[in-house]
Design a protein around this ligand. Structure first.
Ligand code: ZN
Length: 76
């Protein structure tokens, strides 16, 4: 098993939003080298802030096809 160096590895169902635990569709790579994962809902909510601190935002929310918006509306 080799270490994946590319940040473009696709997000999987095992990747969870740091805020609500829903499936993550955004990976935010920070200038500090850390990573944050967000669901589409929280990714959109924090996008203005994230753009200030991120060196890369991998947005896979376009893969969202299930109209399951109500489950993602939980605010925390
Ligand atoms: Zn979330």
């Amino acid at each position: 098993m080799t270490t994946v160096l590319t940040p473009a590895s696709p997000l999987t169902a095992a990747d969870r939003c740091d805020r609500c635990g829903a499936q993550a569709y955004l990976r935010v790579v920070l200038a500090s080298g850390g990573e944050l994962l967000f669901c589409a809902h929280h990714g959109r909510k924090f996008e203005p802030e994230l753009k200030k601190i991120a060196v890369e935002i991998q947005d896979e929310s376009g893969r969202l096809t299930t109209p399951n918006a109500t489950a993602a509306e939980e605010e925390r």
